[in-house]
Design a protein around this ligand. Structure first.
Ligand SMILES: Nc1ncnc2c1ncn2[C@@H]1O[C@H](COP(=O)(O)OP(=O)(O)OP(=O)(O)O)[C@@H](O)[C@H]1O
Length: 355
């Protein structure tokens, strides 16, 4: 039984819809990540779930109860933003427990939860400090502790790590995952960071212009993107995609057994950079050449850019690889089963048998 059910949600501020006919079921205890380009409606959707925005149409159910018109307080969801406001004149401890006092809850009734939260987020040593005496990551952990001790039905997090530097992002991300593992509270998490989405999510929702493009596990989205948008969006750097005529496709890529029986004259073909390798293939099939244009050192690997006659190609190679000079020809190969195909009209995924 799903815990949160969004049914046919629509939202518009002006005549342009921001969320369009969006339906989604979120399971109890699930960690769901919303991703999508800037302006696609991620924050709006989160604010609708929180009760901070009214829907234009549609219903929200939580545990089978219609909460569409409930206030944020009635919903008892806890929201963590990138810009968390701590009270500067209060200690860490007071900041964490302030909400309880406001709600008239007794500290002694919640003592255990507070102690557990403080220790889980490693705030024990910091309880007497003021916010200005904390680092950015420590402050974010205090904001999280404050959200946790509310004992919410659901956590809503809007890019909570985006103000932190790389090291802190990593630490706080681990903190959030540890918290989720322990508390198993359903969490909806908005980010535009690929790594966060892929590493944290039970399922990822890819949004584009207020519509769901695909919902699936990180693995499903990476391996079998449903359409060209998801193919390009999931994965870093992005999948190489080229629009080719079927004849070109056959010439360059389809050296394996497929029959081109349909009327299709054009398709999109995708290959991830990590699935293209330097050098010729063993049997001379599934390979192509291009002009070597650029290389970027990424640490343990290099990202190369070639220009083939069907378009630009990105691929990885290891640091020891011997490369020709820029401007020279470079040959690379791939495995045919790594290819993704998309219809040029509908942009939907094609399986080989659809061709
Ligand atoms: N109060 C508002 N009035 C009018 N338009 C709004 C309002 N809030 C958001 N929008 C518009 O709705 C669209 C979606 O905005 P939203 O903030 O949900 O996007 P987002 O995916 O969270 O973007 P980002 O990743 O940049 O934060 C945008 O085009 C935005 O301009």
């Amino acid at each position: 039984m799903s815990q949160l059910h969004l049914q046919q949600i629509n939202k518009q501020y002006t005549d342009q819809p921001v969320i369009e006919n969006l339906s989604l079921e979120i399971e109890n205890g699930e960690f769901l990540v919303l991703v999508g380009a800037s302006g696609c409606g991620k924050s709006t959707l989160l604010r609708i779930i929180a009760g901070l925005e009214e829907v234009s149409a549609g219903h929200i159910y939580c545990d089978q109860q219609d909460i569409t018109h409930q206030s944020p307080r009635e919903r008892n969801f806890s929201m963590i933003f990138q810009n968390y406001a701590l009270f500067p004149h209060m200690s860490v401890e007071q900041n964490i427990t302030f909400g309880m006092k406001v709600r008239g809850e007794k500290l002694k009734d919640n003592k255990q939860l507070v102690a557990k939260t403080v220790s889980m987020l490693q705030l024990d040593e910091l309880l007497k400090r003021r916010p200005k005496e904390l680092s950015g990551g420590q402050r974010q952990r205090v904001a999280m502790a404050r959200a946790i001790v509310r004992n919410p039905r659901l956590f809503l997090m809007d890019e909570p790590l985006s103000n932190l530097d790389a090291k802190l992002r990593h630490d706080v991300r681990d903190g959030i995952m540890a918290m989720h593992e322990q508390l198993q509270v359903t969490t909806i998490y908005v980010t535009h960071d690929q790594v966060e989405a892929m590493t944290m999510a039970d399922r990822i929702v890819v949004l584009d212009q207020g519509q769901i493009q695909q919902v699936g596990t990180p693995e499903e989205l990476y391996r079998t993107p449903k359409n060209l948008f998801v193919a390009r969006f999931i994965g870093s750097p992005s999948m190489n995609t080229w629009q080719l005529s079927v004849a070109e496709h056959m010439l360059h890529f389809a050296n394996w057994q497929i029959s081109v029986s349909s009327q299709r004259n054009s398709i999109w073909l995708g290959l991830r950079p990590e699935h293209i390798h330097l050098g010729e293939s063993d049997d001379g099939r599934n390979q192509f050449s291009g002009i070597f244009e650029r290389q970027e050192l990424l640490g343990h690997v290099r990202l190369l850019t070639l220009r083939a006659d069907f378009g630009p190609v990105q691929l990885f190679c290891d640091n020891e690889a011997i490369l020709p000079d820029i401007g020279q020809s470079l040959t690379c190969h791939f495995q045919a089963q790594r290819i993704h195909l998309f219809c040029a009209n509908t942009l939907q995924r094609l399986s080989i048998k659809d061709l």
